[in-house]
Design a protein around this ligand. Structure first.
Ligand SMILES: Cc1cc2nc3c(=O)[nH]c(=O)nc-3n(C[C@H](O)[C@H](O)[C@H](O)COP(=O)(O)OP(=O)(O)OC[C@H]3O[C@@H](n4cnc5c(N)ncnc54)[C@H](O)[C@@H]3O)c2cc1C
Length: 446
């Protein structure tokens, strides 16, 4: 029996973990990972904040998977543009979609589209040096609002508030360092609609805010309220208890003298971004808890003097060509990782994993469990999967070459990786990222 041929579309952690689990099964398998960017690792490279080097270090484990002889990397190949489902079916017995999420969920309030109002995903892409993000970012505001109280909101607030020099030890590209260095920001206000016990961030991310010598974290005491549901959450969930304890301590401490301030406001719902031609403020409505952890408006409004607004209200996945998509949840419909067609019947040999399967929530580690479920389904199906017409390993290479797709191989990525590490080493840093797609591809191609 010839090897099982599997294509994985999207080389973020979910796709790489899926490949890893497959290689550890007792099935003889060949795996090709297709990635639209010239570099692998998805949001580990282009989402995780640069001042989280320990998390970024996960790439060392992921690289070991790419280095396995049965795994090949094809970067710079976009599914839906350079290759489609019918093409993949020709070369592979099974296809796994793990394309994650990369855009911002909308927030439907007046003024949200004004110049000066941004999505967190776009800003994250900029500061993490995503090749498709603009090279400059308008950092002209002295006071900024960040909407949302999840980990991404805290990342955005922290990067906005820290000084560029604090971040210079990280892998941030030169253009990002220069952009942040010119920022006149003094105050970053984070707004949460619900109470402290309903915050979505983790205790670690919260406490980290306080580590900067340049940023004073101020918790506004009027939002530190609890209802019955909040008390129950504090009693039953250690994480909630830790978050609330930290917030309560910070709410009553004396204000220090660090030059920039990061304010945390709870029970303030953004209702309008103010301004006619650009952002000049944010209007919020004070909320009260209703007993079950939900909130209702009190009719008390406050206008905040901010000149930029960042909404961090969730990421959104993109609908892939020829693959069903649930536009409400922003996910691919599936049963234990088997993609379901419009009649809710599994599409033979088509699977999904990661954020596009589960929705854009959860940490990198959670994508391992996802991948395990999907690969278990795939391996159960494997004996009865229809085999592809062109199983030769060279066939897909010829296909891409004939189409003129300037794909990046694993060796190419290794060259770029080594180049970035050398750029960093010259300045005592772990890595400095190359940003432009052309430069990335040209370094990869030697
Ligand atoms: C701002 C931010 C910060 C985060 N910080 C942390 C953290 O500190 N710690 C932590 O544990 N988790 C963190 N996470 C969560 C973590 O990043 C996710 O859990 C994880 O990346 C999801 O993995 P994934 O592989 O499903 O998706 P992604 O990481 O999004 O990977 C999907 C890949 O598919 C590729 N792709 C998309 N479309 C196509 C296409 N058409 N053709 C080919 N390739 C395609 C993308 O380029 C990408 O490389 C963070 C998330 C965000 C958004």
């Amino acid at each position: 029996m010839s090897s099982l041929r599997v294509a994985v579309v999207g080389a973020g952690p979910a796709g790489v973990y899926a490949a890893d689990i497959l290689t550890k099964s007792d099935v003889d398998v060949q795996i090709d990972l297709f990635e639209k960017l010239p570099a692998p690792y998805g949001l580990v490279r282009y989402g995780v904040a640069p001042d989280h080097p320990r998390i970024k270090g996960i790439v060392t484990a992921l690289q070991k998977v790419l280095d396995k002889p049965s795994v090949r990397f094809f970067g710079n190949v976009e599914y839906g543009v350079d290759i489609k489902l019918d093409d993949l079916r020709q070369f592979y017995d099974a296809v796994i979609f793990s394309t994650g999420a990369s855009s911002d969920r909308q927030l439907d309030i007046p003024g949200i589209d004004l110049p000066g109002s941004y999505g967190a995903a776009d800003f994250v892409s900029w500061y993490d040096g995503h090749p498709d993000a603009p090279r400059t970012w308008p950092l002209e505001a002295k006071s900024v609002a960040v909407l949302g109280v999840g980990n991404v909101a805290l990342d955005v607030a922290r990067i906005l508030a820290k000084t560029a020099d604090e971040l210079l030890v990280t892998e941030i590209p030169q253009n990002v360092y220069e952009g942040l260095r010119s920022s006149p920001v003094t105050d970053v206000h984070v707004f949460g609609r619900r109470g402290p016990a309903q915050a979505k961030f983790t205790p670690l991310e919260l406490r980290e805010l306080d580590h900067s010598p340049n940023v004073e974290v101020i918790v506004h005491a009027e939002g530190i309220e609890f209802d019955e549901a909040s008390m129950a959450a504090i009693r039953s969930n250690k994480q909630v208890e830790m978050i609330v304890k930290t917030l309560q301590e910070w709410a009553i401490r004396d204000e220090g003298t660090r030059p920039r301030r990061l304010h945390l406001h709870f029970l303030e719902a953004p209702v309008e971004v103010l301004g006619s031609s650009c952002v000049t403020g944010l209007r919020t409505e004070t909320q009260e808890l209703t007993g079950d952890g939900n909130v209702r408006g009190t009719g008390v409004f406050t206008d905040w003097d901010v000149q930029a607004v960042y909404r961090a209200v969730g990421y959104l996945s993109t609908h892939l060509t020829d693959i069903p998509f649930d536009h409400v949840s922003g996910t691919i419909p599936h049963l234990a990782g088997r993609v379901l067609d419009l009649d809710e019947v599994p599409m033979p040999g088509v699977y999904t994993t990661g954020w596009i399967k589960r929705g854009p929530i959860g940490l990198i580690g959670h994508t391992k469990g996802d991948a395990l479920e999907t690969i278990t389904s795939l391996l159960e199906d494997a004996p009865s999967l229809p085999r592809c017409a062109s199983p030769s390993r060279d066939a897909v290479v010829e296909f891409l070459e004939q189409r003129g797709v300037p794909f990046v191989t694993n060796e190419g990525w290794s060259r770029l990786d080594a180049h970035e590490i050398a750029l960093g080493a010259a300045h005592g840093r772990e890595r400095v990222k190359v940003v432009s797609r052309e430069e990335m591809t040209s370094i990869s191609n030697g």
